[in-house]
Ligand binder design. Structure first.
Ligand SMILES: Cc1ncc(COP(=O)(O)O)c(C=O)c1O
Length: 415
């Protein structure tokens, strides 16, 4: 070999050596920044772990509307609507975030996305690698998770009480989720839907328990999305925010965000009948003795309303509990009457928790007086409640409730 060939070979080897060292150093730096799952994600993932990828250049339309990427891109940024009938009757601005316009049909899409995004970020979930997301839910969170799992390449296993509206089970099955129904039980019972979901995840080495009740990604999602959107959409001109609590993530997260802007914004809890939270906010104890968790073996919250009401304090509720200024309790009949009133006067076809929110919003507006602005949420649509809350015969037969359309808001009562 002549000397010029040798020197080419030597310099080539030197350059290759330097390049390999640089690549290894960069990877080690990235791992340090990105946490324990970095190498696994780098090697195993066949798509980016970021839920919000930048649109590829061909999706950027010059001077056009922003194009969303995937079903995850459609979540959040919901419109804020003025509810005409309620605003006219109270001489206030009653505004609602139209959460049923999320792609999975409820406010829970935000939480499903937040929980999965955080798990991917910390390496607990890797797309398209046979992972299974487990959750205990009354339905809405399950539907949101099932939808996002499809888009991200995960299996989804949902554990639900067996007394929820039939529509939710069918939606979950249509989205390819495994649905496991359990008898309603106390949270101290291993058969409670949350405990069953946790156990199933623990038994699967590629299982992830989403844990919407205690995982604070729920609270932070609402703080950084729902709360900030409300501030932006109202320009900060808001006197009060009112909502129910199912996990407490919405109320706590939004409360944190709004109170940071102004301590004068009132945060109110709307609680359905049978829930212990009203009692906790107003009187300091979670339950009347007969409501004590564990003493009642069957329904913890006896109401036709689905999704809100609890007889325990979750980490997500506690995260913002000190910001809750007041609470009001809404009966099943008042919720049903509000849903029929909104349908007849405004064309809004909403689910039960939205109706509870609107009863509380009207009460609060009356308490604050004309000219005030009260914001709430329309959490999901009535179409998810056709066999229960929106079935006149089921309401009459099973719950002894009337679905007659009210001619005024007199049924609402006072705060
Ligand atoms: C339809 C519906 N509305 C409202 C809520 C309450 O939201 P959060 O869990 O943030 O308290 C839920 C919770 O599951 C729900 O399913």
């Amino acid at each position: 070999m002549d000397s010029s060939k040798t020197s080419i070979l030597v310099s080539g080897a030197l350059i290759a050596g330097i390049s390999i060292t640089l690549v290894v150093q960069t990877l080690l730096k990235c791992q340090k920044k990105s946490g324990p799952g970095f190498f696994k994600r780098l090697c195993c993932s066949n798509s980016s772990t970021e839920l919000e990828q930048l649109p590829p250049p061909w999706l950027r339309v010059k001077d056009g509307e922003e194009i969303k990427v995937g079903v995850e891109g459609l979540i959040g940024e919901t419109p804020l609507v003025l509810i005409r009938s309620l605003s006219r009757e109270t001489k206030c601005r009653i505004l609602a975030k139209v959460e049923f316009l999320n792609p999975g049909g409820s406010t829970k899409d935000r939480v499903g996305k937040g929980l999965i995004k955080e798990a991917e970020g910390s390496g607990l979930l890797v797309p398209h690698q046979g992972y299974t997301v487990y959750e205990g839910t009354v339905g809405s969170t399950g539907i949101s998770l099932a939808m996002i799992c499809r888009a991200r390449g995960y299996n989804c296993h949902i554990v639900m009480p067996d007394d929820q509206a039939e529509e939710k089970y069918s939606a979950l099955r249509a989205l390819g989720a495994t649905v496991e129904k359990v008898r309603p039980a106390s949270i101290v019972d291993p058969g409670h839907f949350v405990n069953v979901a946790r156990a199933r995840a623990a038994a699967n080495e590629k299982g992830f328990f989403a844990n919407q009740f205690e995982n604070l990604a729920n609270f932070t999602t609402h703080q950084t999305t729902t709360g900030r959107e409300i501030l932006r959409q109202t320009g900060g001109n808001i006197d009060a925010f009112v909502a129910g609590a199912g996990t407490g993530g919405t109320l706590s997260g939004v409360a944190h965000c709004l109170k940071e802007r102004s301590n004068n914004i009132i945060i109110a809890l709307a609680d359905p009948q049978g829930s212990g939270l009203y009692h906790k906010v107003e009187h300091g104890t979670l339950y009347t003795p007969e409501q004590s968790e564990g003493s009642r073996r069957r329904h913890q919250v006896d109401t036709v309303v689905e999704g809100v009401g609890m007889t325990r304090l979750t980490d997500n509720l506690l995260a913002g509990f000190d910001h809750i200024d007041m609470a009001t309790s809404v009966t099943d009949q008042q919720a049903v009457s509000m849903s029929r009133f909104l349908m007849a006067n405004d064309g809004f076809f909403v689910g039960s928790s939205s109706a509870v929110n609107c009863v509380a919003a009207v009460r609060l507006a009356k308490k604050l007086g004309p000219g005030s602005t009260v914001v709430t949420l329309l959490c999901d649509s009535g179409s998810r409640h056709g066999t229960k809350f929106w079935s006149d015969s089921a309401l009459e037969t099973n719950f002894n409730l009337t679905s007659a359309i009210p001619t005024s808001l007199d049924f609402v009562g006072d705060f």
